[in-house]
Design a protein around this ligand. Structure first.
Ligand code: NAG
Ligand code: NAG
Ligand code: NAG
Ligand code: NAG
Ligand code: NAG
Ligand code: NAG
Ligand code: NAG
Ligand code: NAG
Ligand code: NAG
Ligand code: NAG
Length: 781
C-alpha cells in the first residue's frame, strides 16, 4: 500500500515537473495564492522561467524550496525548514489573505515558511533566484537572507551566517559540514560534529589578517567569488572561466554534501537544458575533508572517489551507511596486564594518519612499538612516527590513508579464541581468576623490587658521584624515569632558593637549573606536608611520576631528606591560566579559550581514567593550570591531595585556599569522588568563558558576585551575552560552553557528567542536556 502510493507520487512528480508550473507574467504573486504538489500550480516561476519556488520531491514526499528549472535535473538552491519531515501530496503552500506565507500539511498543521512579524501584500520569485515578500515596495523577507547550502549571484553571506551542507544530492536536510563566515572575517569549513576549533578546520578563505579581514562573501555576475574586506579592495577567492558562448548563465557556490565548497556555472544550451560545470573546488580530495569518515574509520581513495573503512578490530555502527563511524568490536575487555598476549594481537597498517592526541610517547624502536601497545591495557593503537611511538585510546577521528604520512600504525585486535567444545564460560572464568592472580603476584613483585630499589638507593645515597650516575635515576616500569635529588643539589640548582616563581597552597616554587642537562626546572618546596614518613611520600610520588600526558605538568624528580620534601617539575615559562584570564590585556580570544578548556578536560580524563591508578586532583583552579611555550594548558599539582588533604583534616585548610572551586561535598563531609574534580572543572570552565574569577566582590550587582549562580541566571533569562562583555562570540558556541559549565557545577555529584562525556560535549559530538537549576550559595549541612 505504502509502496503503491509512493510509486504514484513518483509518477505524478515526474509527470508534473514541467507541465504543472506556470510562468507568472507580472512577476507578482498576489495574496490568496496557493500551491499544491498535485495541482496545476506546483510552483511559482520567476519571469525568465529559470527559477521556481514550490514543492519538489524528496524521499517519498515533498519539500518546499527554490530550484533551477531544467534538464538534466532540477538543482535545489534553497530549502524551507529543511530539517522537517517531507510532506505528503495533500499538503499546500499558502500566501494567505492575511499576508502570511506558510505550509499546511495534510494533517492540518501550519508551519511558517517566512517567519516575520510584518505582513506582506505581495510576493515575487525573482530572476536572481531570490524569493521575496513585499509590503508596498519594501522587502520584508527574502530567501537570500536565510541561505542553506548555496549562495547565488546577488546574495551576501555576512558575520554569523553560515552554509550547511545537505545530507546528499537528493536529501536536502542539514548534512555533516558547515561553512560559517566567522566574526574574525575568515570563512572556514568544519565538520558539524566538532567544536569548530582550528584543529577541526579543513579549509579557510584566509581572510582575517590586516586589511584582508573579510566582511561579506558574494558572487558577482561574472561568476567571481569575492570577499568584501575592511579595505576597499575585495579578495578574489575563485573565478569562473568556462565560456558559455554568451548564453544565459547561472552561477552558484555550494557547500556540497561531501563537505567541499564548489563554484558552479549552469549554461543554458536550449530552452530547458543546462550544461553544468564545476568552475572551482576548495579541495580536490574528499579525504582531506576532516570528518568525511566518522569516528574510528578512515578515508581512502583519491578525488571524489573516497571511501570509508573501519580500522582493524572495529565494525561499522550502521553497516549500510559508510559515514556512520565504527565501534570497537570486542567481546571482553580485560585490563590485567599479563595474559593479554594470548588474547590480543596487533595488525599493522602503513601510511595512516589521524588526529594525534596521544596519552603517551615513547622513544623506542619500531619493533617494540606494537609490543608496547599490546602490553598496555589502555592502548588501542600505537603509531610509530618520526622515530617515536605514540599510544592512543579510541575513539580516533579524522583518519585517512595518506601516502605522504610515513607512519606505521599498530592496532590491537582481539584474537578469536579457539572455541572450546563445551563449558566455555567456566574456562573463561577460571582463566579470569588466573589472570587476576598473576596480576596481583606480578604487582607485588614489582612493588617489592621498587621498595628494594628505593631502600638500596637510600642507604647508598651519599656515596660517590659514580654511584649517583648509575642509580640516581630510578627506573620504574618500562619507559618512566624519575630522578631523586639531594637537598644540597637542589639548593645549588636554585641558587639557594633565590628566584621565587610563585607561592601556592602547597608551598613556594623556585626556578632552577639542573647541572649537566642545563634544563630549567621549577622546584616546589612542600611546606604543609603532614609527617607521613618517607614511604608514603615515595609511594605517592611514584604514582605521579608514572603520569605522562601532554596536558599534565611533568614531574622530573623529587627530594626527600629528613622532614624536607621537594618536587622538581618541568618549567613552563608562560605562567598560569589565572594570569592569562584575569588580565584584560592578555585575555585569549574565544576559540583559544575553548581549546584551553578542552586541554584541561583531556588532562583530567587522563588522571581519572587513563593512568594506572585513578588520581583525583581535588584542587583544580586556574592557578594550578600552567601554559607551556606553545600555550598548551597543563595541569599541575595533581596527585598531592593524599599528602596534603587526608580525609580527617581536609576541610579547613583546603577551604581557605581555593574558595569557589571546591565541590560542596567537601563541606558536607560526604565522600569525595572524581565528581569533585568535575565541579572544580565546571567553575574553571565558567571562569574561562567569562574571563573573571569565580568569586568577585567588585561587581556592578550583588547577583554577579558568585559566578556559577550568575551564569545560571543569565542562562535561564536567555541573556548569555552579558557573560562575555563587549566580546564577539558565536552564540551557539557560547551557549554550549555555558551549559556544560552549569552541568558540571551541579550540587548533586550524581548530576555532574563524567569527564569523558564532558569532552564529547566540548568536541560537539554529544548532545548537551539542559542543565537543572543551581541553588545560589547553597551550603547544606
Ligand atoms: C534525510 O536525512 C536525514 C538525516 O540523515 C534523515 O533523518 C531523513 O530521514 C532523510 N530524509 C529522506 C527523505 O531520506
Ligand atoms: C539526475 O537524477 C537522477 C535520478 O534522481 C540521478 O540518477 C542522476 O545522477 C542525476 N543527474 C545529475 C547530473 O545530477
Ligand atoms: C519565529 O522567530 C521567532 C524569533 O526569531 C522565534 O522565537 C520563533 O520560534 C520562530 N517561529 C518559528 C515557527 O520558527
Ligand atoms: C506594511 O507594514 C506596516 C508596518 O508593519 C503595516 O502597518 C501595514 O499594514 C503593511 N501594509 C500592508 C499592505 O500590509
Ligand atoms: C549585498 O551587499 C552589497 C554591498 O556589499 C549590496 O549592494 C547588496 O544589496 C547586498 N545584497 C543583498 C541581497 O543583500
Ligand atoms: C560574446 O559577446 C562579446 C560582445 O558582446 C563578443 O566580443 C564575444 O566575441 C562573444 N563571444 C562569443 C564566444 O560569442
Ligand atoms: C535541446 O533540447 C532538446 C529537446 O528539446 C534535446 O533533445 C537536446 O538534447 C537539447 N540540446 C542540448 C545540446 O542539450
Ligand atoms: C566482531 O568480532 C567477532 C569475533 O571477534 C566476529 O565474529 C564478528 O564478525 C565481528 N563483527 C563485525 C561486524 O565485524
Ligand atoms: C604528497 O606530497 C606531494 C608533494 O608534496 C604532493 O604533491 C601530493 O599531493 C601529496 N599527496 C597527498 C595524497 O597528500
Ligand atoms: C607509505 O607510502 C609510501 C609510498 O607512497 C612508501 O614509500 C612508504 O614506505 C609507506 N610506508 C611508510 C611507513 O612510510
Amino acid at each position: 500500500m505504502a509502496l503503491a502510493s509512493g510509486l504514484l507520487v513518483l509518477i505524478l512528480s515526474i509527470l508534473f515537473v514541467e507541465a504543472r508550473t506556470q510562468p507568472n507574467q507580472f512577476g507578482k504573486i498576489p495574496l490568496g495564492s496557493q500551491l499544491s504538489p498535485i495541482s496545476e500550480t506546483r510552483s511559482w516561476l520567476s519571469p525568465s522561467g529559470h527559477f521556481a519556488f514550490g514543492f519538489f520531491s524528496q524521499g517519498n514526499g515533498f519539500a518546499v524550496g527554490i530550484w533551477v528549472v531544467g534538464q538534466p535535473n532540477n538543482t535545489v538552491v534553497w530549502t524551507a525548514n529543511r530539517d522537517d519531515e517531507p510532506v505528503s501530496f495533500g499538503a499546500t503552500i499558502h500566501l494567505s489573505g492575511e499576508g502570511k506565507l506558510f505550509l499546511r500539511t495534510e494533517q492540518g498543521n501550519e508551519n511558517l515558511i517566512a517567519n516575520v512579524s510584518e505582513v506582506a501584500d505581495s510576493a515575487s520569485m525573482l530572476d536572481s533566484g531570490n524569493f521575496v515578500l513585499f509590503n508596498g515596495s519594501s522587502a520584508i523577507w527574502q530567501s537570500f537572507d536565510h541561505p542553506t547550502d548555496t549562495i547565488l549571484v546577488g546574495q551576501n553571506l555576512t558575520f554569523n551566517d553560515k552554509l550547511v551542507s545537505s545530507v546528499s544530492s537528493s536529501n536536502h536536510s542539514s548534512g555533516r559540514f558547515i561553512l560559517p563566515l566567522q566574526t574574525d572575517g575568515n570563512l572556514v569549513a568544519y565538520p558539524k560534529k566538532s567544536a569548530s576549533l582550528s584543529v577541526d578546520a579543513y579549509w579557510s578563505s584566509d581572510t582575517f589578517q590586516g586589511d584582508k579581514k573579510g566582511l561579506s562573501l558574494y558572487l558577482n555576475n561574472q561568476g567571481f567569488l569575492l570577499m568584501d574586506t575592511v579595505s576597499t579592495k575585495p579578495v578574489l577567492l575563485a573565478r569562473s572561466s568556462y565560456s558559455c558562448n554568451n548564453k544565459t548563465t547561472i552561477f552558484r557556490a555550494t557547500l556540497d554534501a561531501d563537505g567541499i565548497f564548489r563554484l558552479y556555472s549552469h549554461c543554458l544550451e536550449n530552452k530547458t537544458s543546462w550544461i553544468v560545470h564545476i568552475e572551482w573546488s576548495a579541495l580536490n580530495d574528499q579525504c582531506n575533508v576532516l570528518g568525511f569518515c566518522d569516528f574510528n574509520s578512515y578515508c581512502t581513495g583519491k578525488g571524489t572517489n573516497a571511501d570509508c573503512s573501519c580500522y582493524p578490530g572495529f565494525a561499522f555502527n550502521d553497516p549500510s551507511e559508510k559515514f556512520s563511524g565504527c565501534y570497537k568490536n570486542v567481546t571482553e575487555s580485560f585490563c590485567t596486564g599479563t595474559d593479554e598476549g594470548e588474547m590480543y594481537d596487533v595488525i599493522t597498517m602503513e601510511n595512516i594518519s589521524f588526529e594525534r592526541y596521544s596519552y603517551s610517547v615513547l622513544d623506542t624502536k619500531k619493533e617494540n612499538c606494537g609490543l608496547s601497545c599490546l602490553e598496555d591495557c589502555l592502548c588501542d593503537v600505537a603509531l610509530y612516527i618520526n622515530e617515536r611511538c605514540e599510544k592512543y585510546t579510541a575513539p580516533l577521528r579524522y583518519g585517512k590513508k595518506d601516502i605522504n604520512a610515513s607512519s606505521i600504525a599498530f592496532f590491537k585486535v582481539q584474537t578469536t579464541p579457539a572455541a572450546p567444545p563445551m563449558g566455555q564460560t567456566v574456562i573463561t572464568e577460571s582463566k579470569k581468576s588466573l589472570i587476576v592472580f598473576l596480576a596481583i603476584a606480578f604487582g607485588a613483585v614489582t612493588f617489592l623490587c621498587f621498595v628494594i630499589a628505593i631502600s638500596t638507593f637510600c642507604v647508598y645515597r651519599d656515596r660517590t658521584f659514580l654511584y649517583e650516575k648509575l642509580s640516581g635515576i630510578i627506573s620504574l616500569a618500562g619507559d618512566f624515569t624519575l630522578r631523586s635529588f639531594s637537598y644540597s643539589e637542589l639548593e645549588k640548582a636554585t641558587g639557594g632558593f633565590a628566584e621565587e616563581l610563585g607561592r601556592g597552597s602547597i608551598g613556594a616554587v623556585y626556578k632552577g637549573t639542573i647541572p649537566g642537562g642545563d634544563r630549567i626546572v621549577a622546584v616546589k618546596r612542600l611546606e604543609k606536608v603532614l609527617d607521613e614518613g618517607e614511604k608514603k611520600f615515595r609511594a605517592e610520588i611514584t604514582v605521579i611520576g608514572q603520569t605522562y600526558h601532554r596536558n599534565l605538568v611533568r614531574l622530573l624528580g623529587f627530594c626527600v631528606e629528613n622532614s624536607r620534601r621537594l618536587l622538581v617539575y618541568e618549567y613552563l615559562k608562560n605562567g598560569t591560566l589565572a594570569d592569562l584570564l584575569f588580565h584584560s590585556d592578555k585575555r585569549p580570544i574565544w576559540k583559544e579559550r575553548v581549546r584551553i578548556a578542552m586541554e584541561i578536560a583531556r588532562g583530567i580524563l587522563y588522571l581519572h581514567e587513563e593512568c594506572q591508578a585513578c588520581i583525583i586532583h581535588c584542587n583544580i583552579t586556574p592557578r594550578n593550570i600552567l601554559m607551556d611555550d606553545s600555550w598548551i594548558a597543563k595541569i599541575s599539582d595533581f596527585g598531592l591531595s593524599k599528602l596534603l588533604y587526608p580525609d580527617e583534616i581536609r576541610s579547613s585548610m583546603a577551604l581557605s585556599q581555593s574558595r569557589g572551586h571546591l565541590a560542596p561535598e567537601w563541606q558536607n563531609n560526604a565522600s569525595v569522588s572524581v565528581k569533585a574534580d568535575i565541579y572544580s572543572f565546571g567553575v574553571v570552565l565558567l571562569e574561562i568563558i567569562c574571563c573573571r574569577s569565580s568569586i568577585e566582590a567588585d561587581v556592578s550587582a550583588p547577583d554577579e558576585m558568585n559566578l556559577s549562580s550568575w551564569a545560571y541566571q543569565c542562562f535561564a533569562a536567555g541573556q548569555l551575552d552579558k557573560l562575555v562583555k563587549d566580546e564577539d562570540v558565536e552564540l551557539e558556541s557560547l551557549e554550549r560552553m555555558v551549559k556544560i559549565g552549569l552541568l558540571c557545577v551541579q550540587h548533586d555529584p550524581a548530576l555532574r557528567p563524567l569527564i569523558k562525556n564532558v569532552i564529547l560535549m566540548l568536541e560537539g559530538s554529544k548532545d548537551i542536556p539542559t542543565p537543572p537549576s543551581i541553588a545560589p550559595f547553597c551550603i547544606s549541612s
